[in-house]
Design a protein around this ligand. Structure first.
Ligand SMILES: *[C@@H]1O[C@H](CO)[C@@H](O)[C@H](O)[C@H]1NC(C)=O
Ligand SMILES: *[C@@H]1O[C@H](CO)[C@@H](O)[C@H](O)[C@H]1NC(C)=O
Ligand SMILES: *[C@@H]1O[C@H](CO)[C@@H](O)[C@H](O)[C@H]1NC(C)=O
Length: 420
C-alpha cells in the first residue's frame, strides 16, 4: 500500500516536472518570437548571420600556413568602404606561385624570409594585375574566412588553371573587419566596395568571378545584380553560387540550425505570414533575373539538408526565364533522379530553353541553358553558350562540396566555355 502511494507520488512529480519544463520551453519560444517580431532589426541579424560565433581564432597578420597554404601564397589585406568601414580579406595566389620543392632542392630562389611587408605587397599586387581570373568569395554565416571547409574551397580554386587568384572577404561584423553588427544594408555596401577594390588594383571586371557559399550566395547575387543594373549589362566575368537559396525567408523556414520557423512550414498561409516578418531578405531569386551577360554556375548537393536543392533549382529557373523571355517550367517531381545513366536512352531531358543530363554513374546532374541557335545576342548576351549551368552533386552536402572532384572539374569547364 505504502509502496503504491510512493509510486503514485513519483509519477505525479514526473508529470509536474514535464509540465513545468514544457511551460518554460513554450514560453521562452514565444518570448523569442515576440522579440524577433517586435524588434526585428535588433534581434534577427544575430540569428541570421551568427557572426558572434568567432571561430577559428586567427593571427590575421600571419600568412595562413596553419591552414595548409604554402608559405608566401597568402596575404591579409585591408580596405575601406565608402561609409568608412574597414574590411579584412585574404588575397590567395595560385598554388603554382610557390616555388616547387624540387627547384628548392637545387638551390632555387624563394621570396619568403628576406621579403619586407612592402616588397610582399608589391609582389602580390603585380601578380594580381596579371591574373587570368580573380574569384571574389563571400562566405556563409558564422565563423570567418578561415573556417575549415572554406579554406578547402580556396585550395581547389588555387589548383585551377589560367593563373586563378582568390580574394576572400570578411564582411562587416566578421573576422578582423570592423563592427560587431552585420546587416543586409551594410553588407551590400561591402560587396560593391570589394568588387571596386579589385578593379582599382588594375583587374578588368570581365575577369572577376563573384562567388558565394550558403548565406554568401545572397551577397554574390546582389553584387552581380547591382553591377548590372547600376553600371550596364556586361559588368563581370561570372557568378558562381554554392549551396544557394531563393531568399532568406525561404531559407529560414527550413533551416535546421535555427529551427524557429519550423512550426509554420507545413501551413502555406502561416508560412507566408512568418516569412513576411523576416527583415534581412537577400532576395536572390529576384536579383538573379538581372544578371544578363554574367555566366552563372550553381552548385548544390542533393544531400544538403540545411538548404534543400529546390532552392538552387529555383535560382536556375529564374536565371533561365529571364534569359529566354518566358517562364521556364520545373521538371516533374522525380523525373530528374529517375534519369537513366549517361549515354543510355532516357539519360537526357529537354524543357523549354534548357536541358538536364546525368553525368556518368549518376554522380551529378547537369542542367544547362540551351545555346540559342538564332544568336539572339540582345536577350542572352554574347557569352551565350554555357550561360547558365546548374550542377547537382548526388553525394554532396551543405559544407562538403569541395571534396567532390566533379565540382572543380565543372567550374573549370564552365569558366573555359565562357572564355574566362
Ligand atoms: C602573427 O604573425 C606575425 C607574422 O608572421 C608574427 O610576427 C606574430 O608574432 C604573430 N603573432 C602571434 C600572436 O602569434
Ligand atoms: C571617412 O573618413 C574620411 C577620412 O577620415 C573623411 O574625410 C570622410 O568624411 C569620412 N566619410 C564618412 C562617410 O564618414
Ligand atoms: C549599387 O551599390 C551602390 C553602392 O553601394 C549603391 O549606391 C547603388 O544604389 C546600388 N544599386 C543598386 C541597383 O542596388
Amino acid at each position: 500500500m505504502a509502496q503504491r502511494k510512493k509510486a503514485e507520488r513519483k509519477t505525479g512529480s514526473i508529470g509536474a516536472r514535464l509540465l513545468r519544463w514544457g511551460t518554460i520551453i513554450v514560453t521562452s519560444y514565444l518570448v523569442l518570437l515576440l522579440a524577433l517580431v517586435s524588434y526585428p532589426e535588433v534581434f534577427q541579424p544575430h540569428l541570421i548571420y551568427l557572426n558572434w560565433i568567432r571561430y577559428p581564432s586567427v593571427n590575421w597578420s600571419g600568412d595562413a600556413q596553419e591552414f595548409g597554404f604554402r608559405a608566401g601564397t597568402v596575404r591579409s589585406i585591408k580596405f575601406s568602404t565608402p561609409d568608412n568601414v574597414t574590411l579584412g580579406a585574404w588575397h590567395i595566389l595560385p598554388r603554382t606561385s610557390a616555388p616547387s620543392v624540387l627547384s628548392l632542392t637545387k638551390g632555387g630562389a624563394s621570396p619568403v624570409g628576406k621579403e619586407s611587408v612592402e616588397d610582399r605587397d608589391v609582389r602580390f599586387t603585380k601578380a594580381l594585375q596579371s591574373a587570368g581570373r580573380v574569384f571574389l568569395y563571400f562566405h556563409g554565416n558564422a565563423g570567418n574566412r578561415a573556417t575549415g571547409h572554406r579554406t578547402d574551397f580556396y585550395k581547389i580554386i588555387q589548383d585551377l588553371g589560367d593563373n586563378t587568384h582568390i580574394i576572400a572577404v570578411d564582411c562587416r561584423g566578421f573576422g578582423d573587419s570592423d563592427g560587431y553588427f552585420a546587416s543586409e544594408y551594410g553588407i551590400q555596401i561591402d560587396a560593391v566596395a570589394s568588387f571596386d577594390w579589385i578593379v582599382a588594383q588594375g583587374v578588368s571586371p570581365s575577369k572577376i568571378v563573384v562567388v558565394g557559399h550558403s548565406l554568401g550566395t545572397g551577397i554574390a547575387t546582389y553584387l552581380a545584380h547591382n553591377i548590372t543594373v547600376s553600371r550596364g549589362i556586361h559588368g563581370g566575368g561570372g557568378l558562381l553560387l554554392l549551396a544557394g537559396y531563393a531568399s532568406i525567408p525561404d531559407a529560414a523556414l527550413g533551416y535546421p540550425m535555427v529551427p524557429l520557423l519550423w512550426p509554420f512550414k507545413h501551413h502555406p498561409s502561416l508560412a507566408t505570414k512568418a516569412k513576411s516578418f523576416v527583415v534581412e531578405r537577400w532576395e536572390s531569386s529576384r536579383n538573379i533575373r538581372d544578371t544578363h551577360g554574367w555566366p552563372v554556375l550553381l552548385v548544390h548537393g542533393s544531400r544538403d539538408y540545411e538548404i534543400l536543392p529546390w532552392q538552387a533549382r529555383n535560382l536556375f529557373l529564374q536565371a533561365v526565364s529571364a534569359r529566354i523571355g518566358t517562364e521556364a517550367v520545373e521538371p516533374p517531381e522525380d523525373a530528374v533522379t529517375a534519369l537513366a545513366p549517361d549515354h543510355e536512352e532516357g539519360s537526357h531531358l529537354e524543357y523549354e530553353g534548357y536541358d538536364i543530363r546525368t553525368l556518368p554513374g549518376r554522380e551529378a546532374w547537369l542542367w544547362t541553358l540551351r545555346p540559342n541557335k538564332d544568336a539572339d545576342a540582345v536577350v542572352r548576351g554574347p557569352k551565350d553558350i554555357g550561360n547558365v549551368w546548374y550542377l547537382e552533386v548526388k553525394h554532396g552536402g551543405h559544407n562538403s562540396l569541395s571534396k567532390f572532384h566533379v565540382v572543380p572539374d565543372t567550374i573549370e569547364a564552365w569558366a573555359t566555355i565562357n572564355g574566362l
